[in-house]
Design a protein around this ligand. Structure first.
Ligand SMILES: *Cc1c(COP(=O)(O)O)cnc(C)c1O
Length: 340
């Protein structure tokens, strides 16, 4: 059977009817990989839900297929979002597929290069503002409440609805819920969506959310005015889904903790070197957290969501090597360089 996309697969659980025009790039159905090295490290079976394998390279596509389909159904000619990058890449692609405009408001200079390239090449109309993500979101809320433009940030309930599909795929693949489900937390839409998805199936893994230490409002219990982290996708000081993230933590008996940029980069390298998975830095926060708090893991399988593809942020990977000096085109020179 060919995969029909998130709406095609889960139509009976989503707010769509036969009249809803389905805008899909066949998102979802991403790999759930067994991570041997990580499993060894933590003494539990660890699986990676690799959502970087979605059409635009992040989990945002799961919700965007719903948000853009519902916007089209309502007659919208344009969608708009504020974004740390992946939401704009996804909105731009789905709007292109739907044949409508995408307007993107970005915090200037804070967007990973691959994501900006996607928004540009899909034809989004991009405005960079001199401010952080929270400023950009405030502007987009003002724009969409005063103009005929559909908001497709994660406060759009259809986004969260579609993102539940990842939890449903995990239970289908494992035949049960994991003991712990770990994921990075920025605006906290995804932890909200996973918990809603699990609850809809009467499942209750412990939800472990991880924020970057320089952008951890849910951990410290206060808004962070100038969030800072290398993990730009979770550089959020005032999460849009604050209360529902805390509810997911508390109802599931889970936790939301901080991991440092150094811990994130260590997990990022481990995943790439030893598991063969290239994810973006924010994604590695889930693995960094599981490694950091491994002693507290209950028995049973652990699932870590890897939210986005490593190619989203080529500069972070490129920083790992220095410029190569060319050698003469002879095997002995090559062997010398290899240290043989
Ligand atoms: C959006 C995003 C996050 C954060 O998800 P929230 O729903 O905002 O918590 C994490 N990682 C990547 C790669 C993202 O694109």
């Amino acid at each position: 059977m060919t995969w029909p996309g998130v709406i095609g697969r889960f139509r009976d659980r989503l707010s769509v009817t036969a009249e809803t025009p389905v805008v899909t790039l066949l998102e979802g159905n991403t790999p759930l990989l067994e991570a041997q090295v990580l499993s060894q490290h933590v003494g539990r079976p660890v699986y990676l839900k690799y959502d970087g394998a979605n059409p635009t390279g992040s989990f945002k596509d799961r919700g965007m297929t719903m948000a853009v389909s519902k916007a089209l159904e309502a007659g919208a000619q344009a969608v708009a979002c504020a974004s740390t990058g992946n939401t704009s890449a996804s909105a731009a692609a789905y709007a292109a597929k739907a044949g409508i405009r995408a307007i993107v408001i970005l915090p200037a200079g804070k967007i990973a290069r691959g994501k900006l390239a996607q928004a540009v090449i899909h034809g989004a109309e991009i405005v960079a503002v001199d401010g952080n993500f929270d400023d950009a979101l405030a502007l987009v809320l003002e724009l969409t409440s005063t103009h005929d433009v559909a908001l497709v940030n994660s406060i759009n309930p259809f986004r969260i609805e579609g993102q539940q599909s990842a939890a449903w795929e995990v239970t289908a693949a494992l035949g049960a819920e994991p003991a712990v489900h770990a994921l990075p937390v920025g605006n906290a839409g995804n932890i909200t969506a996973y918990w809603a998805g699990y609850k809809a199936e009467q499942r209750a893994p412990r939800m472990w959310g991880f924020q970057a230490a320089g952008a951890a409002p849910l951990v410290w219990g206060e808004i962070i005015d100038k969030p800072e982290t290398i993990a730009t996708a979770i550089r959020i000081g005032n999460p849009a889904s604050w209360e529902t993230a805390i509810a997911a933590r508390d109802e599931s008996g889970g936790r939301i903790e901080a991991v440092t940029d150094a811990e994130i980069l260590q997990a990022y390298r481990l995943l790439a070197h030893q598991e063969g998975i290239f994810c973006e830095p924010a994604s590695a926060a889930s693995v960094a957290g599981v490694l950091k708090f491994a002693d507290d893991l209950p028995a049973g399988p652990v699932v870590c969501t890897l939210t986005g593809h490593g190619l989203k942020d080529p500069d972070t990977a490129a920083d790992e090597f220095s410029e190569l000096d060319a050698v003469p085109p002879h095997l002995d020179a090559v062997l010398e360089q290899l240290g043989w």
